[in-house]
Write a protein that binds this ligand. Structure first.
Ligand code: FAD
Length: 286
């Protein structure tokens, strides 16, 4: 599978993101969940990567298991703190596994380094990683986009410049951070097209199904929930089932709207659990 041709199919492309579980039991559970998600014929399963390579071995394990399941893995890679030799060792390893694509990310600097400056031979931004991968590997490259602007960006304009730079450096697909207000996605796409960027911009969607997810999702993404959605969730009070149903209903409507307005596919964040996205995708019958 080459990323650049995945979105030429003329029908919505479904993909999922998973994260490497900490334990062997977690890994086995993830495989059970992924086996359930196979019914939706995902184009790929993207596998996250810990900043600084903290869980690299586990990422590789998940990538291998995804392949064994007959699905196509799309490894993420974060370059923060990694020198060029380390990056090449990782890319060689995945290329030897028959992988043709990668999500190239900078990642987050360590939390105790507030004025983080990369050391010699280490990239400061994902655009530099993209350029390096383009020159030194045959991998096709996806990058991250932020419809609500990256939290550390100097301004919305500078963040857009940074995204355009990643594409100009050689990325052929943009996968977005999750969001709940589709207008922010449409605006990002419009701004990119105005700048001459033509690559697919794939929206990231996370069905919100539990009160406890709200803080986690906001910490992860800084997303703002639309007032109507918040009101609906609030009206559920402590009724767990009502909350879940409202979240699923919202995700179905969100995806319908995205696809009706030209999104090339949907990248779903199942949080390693199949149930919620299964409910959402079954209702959509794509
Ligand atoms: P960049 O594109 O380099 O941007 C980082 C910041 O620098 C932004 O604020 C940008 O505006 C700014 N910037 C970029 N270039 C310049 C420049 N030349 N001058 C000034 N400012 C600049 N994290 C993980 O740890 N593991 C994962 O697997 C992972 N997967 C992700 C997948 C997706 C789809 C998304 C949306 C995010 C993911 N993240 C992951 C989170 C990501 O690592 C963080 O958001 C990180 O802070 C930024 O990474 P980036 O690749 O977007 O960085």
């Amino acid at each position: 599978m080459r990323l650049s041709t995945t979105y030429d199919r003329g029908r919505p492309v479904i993909s999922f993101e998973v994260f490497p579980p900490k334990t062997d039991e977690g890994l086995e559970n993830l495989m059970v969940e992924l086996a359930k998600l196979k019914q939706f014929h995902p184009a790929f399963i993207s596998v996250t990567y810990g900043a600084g390579g903290s869980n690299q071995a586990r990422s590789i394990q998940v990538i291998e298991r995804v392949q064994k399941l007959g699905l196509i893995p799309l490894p993420h890679f974060t370059c923060v703190g990694s020198d060029k030799e380390f990056i090449l060792a990782f890319t060689k390893q995945i290329e030897a596994m028959g992988i043709h694509n990668i999500v190239a990310l900078r990642g987050d600097p360590p939390k105790d380094r507030t004025n983080y400056r990369p050391e010699h031979n280490v990239f400061a931004y994902a655009s530099e990683l993209v350029e390096f991968l383009r020159k030194n590997t045959t991998l096709e490259i996806a990058v991250a986009g932020y419809p609500e602007v990256h939290p550390a960006a100097e301004s919305a304009g500078k963040d857009l410049d940074a995204l355009v730079k990643k594409v100009n450096a050689g990325a052929s697909v943009i996968i977005t951070q999750l969001f709940y207000d589709n207008q922010v996605y449409y605006e990002l796409v419009r701004n990119l097209r105005d700048r001459g960027v033509t690559v697919p911009v794939v929206p990231g969607v996370l069905p919100l199904i539990a009160q406890s997810q709200i803080d986690r999702v906001q910490a992860l993404s800084g997303t703002k929930f639309p007032k109507v959605f918040l009101n609906e969730l609030e009206a559920c009070g402590t009724n767990v089932e009502a909350f879940r149903k409202a979240g699923i209903r919202f995700a179905i409507a969100q995806i319908k709207d995205l696809l009706a307005n030209g999104a090339p596919g949907i990248h779903l964040y199942p949080f390693n659990q199949a149930a919620a996205v299964t409910e959402v995708l079954s209702a959509l019958s794509l």
